[in-house]
Design a protein around this ligand. Sequence first.
Ligand SMILES: [Zn+2]
Ligand SMILES: [Zn+2]
Length: 132
Amino acid sequence: MGVRNCNKCGKIYNYDGFPYCSRCRREEEELFQKVKAYIYNNPDATIQEVSEETEVSTKKILNYLRQGRLEVKDGSNLILDCERCGQAIKTGRFCNKCAYELGRELVGAIKNDNKPFRTKKTGRNMNVKDRR
Ligand SMILES: [Zn+2]
Ligand SMILES: [Zn+2]
């Protein structure tokens, strides 16, 4: 913990795990609620329209979607594509299939990475890995 500069306004605040000070965080939350309410009332709107009506940048709206904070209905125009295969998805960064496959690849990678550690006990390997 301790004191940090807010990522948005640059003011010093007591860091508690969030990149923004409490004031900016409240503003961010209001923007999010505005977008959420607009999409709820206008489920057919495109990201562009939502952005124009709420005055929230499309980048932010996409971020909400990617973070899984906004969930859109079937047939909605708010479409994201999977960052891996490009398939249309409704929320998050990857389609279910890719999320599953990526999860497995990750587990595999971690396992492979650990192997040389266990066989050699010199401790020099630690340094080799850190330099990578
Ligand atoms: Zn701030
Ligand atoms: Zn995919």
